[in-house]
Design a protein around this ligand. Structure first.
Ligand SMILES: Nc1nc2c(ncn2[C@@H]2O[C@H](COP(=O)(O)OP(=O)(O)OP(=O)(O)O)[C@@H](O)[C@H]2O)c(=O)[nH]1
Length: 348
């Protein structure tokens, strides 16, 4: 891996202003269904993304979960550096929450989740003739994959929940899915739910970069996402993109996204008639390759003590505190979308 100090990488900060206001109807409906079903739920499995252990926290769940038992699952652990696990677990322990890191593609640590359910259920079998787990989380964190992995592990049965690389596959709270015979443990899948408003622009970028809001293409500009990714890769000496793209003709890290796109486009053949570069195709290739984990295992959140403290302070302050505030943010987002739509049609 090349050392940053030896390279001509100059950016120490990344300036970005836009925030994300995106809360489509099925998410609002999903939250309502979760609330309605909460009484019948014994354990909440809150699924987060190990690549963004802080930015994938949805403060909305704090209000829904209430006093229920909760287990935090950091999924896609195969895409994040293993050394973050201890820091995150310590942080969670401070908050009296237990965290498990999973990789659903190989069922890693999935049995630990079932064990937590079994332990609670066996404490009071009369109280829990059937044990119910609700799996919640932001879009695309791997909730449905986790449910399928739990089912494979618990009862050796196949797929029960639909999964997909695009966020938003699950659109409503599912009916109960059996994952263990004795004691009888059931799961319900829920639609991925975004924060109605992500006030911090960099948090919003991280959320978009890890594929949490890909249903709506114009939510985050791909050129900004790719530029932020490049900044982040260079900043952490995570220059495996150079090795990966090396065979594509890129020999050393660059801080210039236009330069990267120009080189990459030639190598992957993202060219239009006349040799013009297909910028969109090249950016999408770069982002997709990162999302597939081919640039190495990366954590986009800073996990030093100050960054973690700042994150929680701001998240708690900025999170919409009431249903009304959430709805207000949703209306503001709708207004913004109408303005953008009108602009794109040159109406204003
Ligand atoms: N590398 C890796 N990919 C995973 C893992 N778990 C899920 N995925 C992938 O992540 C994508 C999203 O998975 P889903 O299970 O559909 O996610 P979801 O949270 O149910 O998505 P929504 O329907 O948007 O709520 C799929 O392409 C999965 O194959 C994991 O542990 N590691």
């Amino acid at each position: 891996m090349a050392a940053r100090g030896l390279l001509n990488l100059t950016r120490n900060t990344f300036a970005h202003e836009s925030t994300i206001n995106w809360f489509p109807g099925h998410m609002a409906k999903g939250i309502k269904q979760m609330r309605d079903q909460m009484r019948a739920v014994d354990l909440i499995v809150e699924t987060r993304d190990a690549r963004i252990p802080l930015s994938s926290i949805n403060m909305q769940f704090e209000r829904i979960v209430g006093g229920k038992d909760r287990l935090v699952v950091y999924n896609k652990a195969d895409l994040a550096p293993p050394e973050i696990q201890q820091a995150v677990q310590l942080e969670m322990a401070k908050r009296k929450q237990r965290a498990i890191f999973t990789d659903t593609s190989i069922n890693k640590s999935v049995s630990q989740i079932l064990q937590v359910a079994v332990d609670i259920a066996q404490r009071d079998p009369m109280k829990y003739p059937h044990f119910s787990i609700m799996v919640v989380g932001m879009p695309n964190v791997g909730k449905s994959s986790l449910i399928n992995a739990l089912r494979r592990t618990g009862i050796n049965r196949g797929k029960a929940a639909c999964t997909g690389a695009k966020p938003g596959i699950t659109r409503a709270v599912s009916s109960r899915i059996r994952v263990l015979e004795k004691p009888a443990v059931y799961l319900v899948d829920t639609p991925g739910v975004m924060m109605p408003h992500i006030p911090d622009p960099i948090t919003a970028l991280k959320v978009a970069l890890t594929g949490k809001c890909g249903i709506k293409d114009n939510i985050a500009d791909e050129s900004v996402l790719a530029d932020y990714l490049l900044f982040r890769l260079n900043r952490f000496d995570a220059v495996e993109y150079v090795h990966y793209c090396g065979c594509l003709g890129i020999e050393q890290p660059t801080d210039d996204i236009n330069e990267l796109v120009a080189m990459l486009a030639q190598k992957i053949g993202a060219l239009r008639r006349g040799g013009e570069i297909d910028v969109d195709k090249t950016l999408q290739f770069f982002l997709r390759t990162y999302r597939q984990g081919r640039f190495g295992r990366l954590c986009l959140d800073d996990l030093d003590e100050k960054s973690v403290a700042d994150f929680f302070q701001h998240s708690l302050l900025d999170a919409p505190l009431s249903k009304n505030q959430g709805q207000k943010a949703k209306r503001a987002a709708q207004r913004q979308r109408s303005i953008e739509k009108a602009r794109s049609k040159n109406l204003i």
